[in-house]
Design a protein around this ligand. Structure first.
Ligand code: GAL
Length: 347
């Protein structure tokens, strides 16, 4: 038994009644703790988010593979916080009480992690935050807090490059022929690192790539396809024929914009260019159908694999040297451009 596990056992026995109860059931910390059994808890900000649900499908598959290759039984408990931070705080408490060795948290409110980080530290249960990034100071509150995700600015840069390349190569996109790209932005949740950073970097990159831009408007559609459709329908009416580029912070909102275009009377050849981020199954399909100029692949396989590997190493007191940790805390997978030119790599 590793030193950390002993420490956890001591804490469990030292007074956290609910942990002792669960421990008796054999989940963690008992003298006989068999590292052949681990338990990983997960709580999602929303199970209805397309990217998150595709990420979790990969995570579950990697867990099954890992179980087979390592011979360690991995019990996963995956919960949906239904966009409530209070619900999520309760879920983390329950997962810890049930004896999870580590809990993976897709924070509902990235500015409110302290209830969870306090619970984690008090019970000596490590937390891997993922996808919704907390500020550095919060992650530094305890040594056993980690983050798995990607670099938001890179996704914005790559999205801007796709839009700029298309605008420069395809004169039809510049509908009024003024040499300026008139665009609108569909933004994800206000306050989410990916909304703020992607919006800024995508447009700045277009400018850096030599495209003159003019922002006509924007709408917040919370990563959501139906909301994006409604908001885009209104923008199409408001800017009647003037929009040349739709820059969406993710694929679901790009797809919502395409839904609005399909429902409008604008013929496909006169649609604005649409760019997204994620490379969801339907996003890739839309690139293939030439409804989207391109997307930026958000490596859900890589994030799922790194999160599972990190959770496994933590839960088994294994060696972290194979985990690509930055500053001992962060794992970030790279983004990739996905356009018609390289789509076969993603099918
Ligand atoms: C982003 C992703 C969005 C949405 C969001 C949820 O990284 O691009 O589609 O899933 O995370 O936090």
């Amino acid at each position: 038994m590793g030193e950390k596990k002993m420490h956890r056992k001591y804490l469990a026995l030292a007074g956290v009644l609910s942990l002792v109860t669960v421990t008796a059931g054999g989940c963690k910390g008992s003298e006989e703790k068999d590292v052949k059994n681990i338990k990983i808890g997960v709580t999602l900000y929303s199970q209805y988010d397309t990217f998150i649900s595709e990420l979790m499908t990969e995570f579950t598959e990697y867990a099954a593979d890992k179980e087979e290759s390592s011979g360690v039984a991995i019990k996963l408990e995956i919960l949906d916080a239904s966009q409530s931070q209070l619900t999520q705080n309760e879920q983390v408490k329950n997962l810890i009480d049930k004896g999870c060795d580590v809990v993976c948290v897709n924070l509902v409110d990235r500015t409110e992690p302290t209830t969870i980080t306090d619970l984690a530290e008090n019970n000596q249960v490590p937390i891997i935050f993922f996808n919704r990034e907390l500020v550095t100071e919060d992650l530094e509150r305890w040594s056993e807090l980690y983050y798995v995700g990607a670099d938001a600015s890179q996704s914005g840069v790559l999205e801007g490059e796709i839009a700029a390349d298309a605008f420069k190569k395809n004169a039809d996109i510049d509908k009024n022929g003024d040499g300026i790209c008139q665009y609108v932005v569909l933004e994800g949740e206000a306050g989410h690192q990916d909304s703020i950073v992607r919006t800024e970097y995508s447009v700045n990159t277009m400018v850096e790539k030599g495209v003159e831009t003019e922002k006509l408007g924007y709408a917040i559609a919370n990563w959501n396809r139906a909301q994006a459709q409604t908001k885009m329908a209104a923008l199409l009416t408001q800017f009647d024929g003037k929009i040349e580029m739709i820059i969406a912070n993710n694929d679901d909102m790009a797809l919502g914009a395409i839904d609005a275009l399909k429902a409008s009377d604008i013929p496909k050849e006169s649609w604005p260019g649409v760019v997204g981020i994620d490379g969801t199954d339907e996003g890739i399909e839309a690139v293939k159908n030439e409804e989207m100029l391109g997307t930026v692949y958000n490596d859900k396989e890589g994030q799922a694999r790194e999160m599972l590997n990190l959770a496994f190493v933590i839960a088994t007191d294994g060696d972290k040297s194979d985990i690509p940790l930055i500053d001992g805390k962060y794992v970030r997978t790279p983004y990739h451009k996905l356009t018609l030119e390289n789509i076969e790599e993603y099918e």
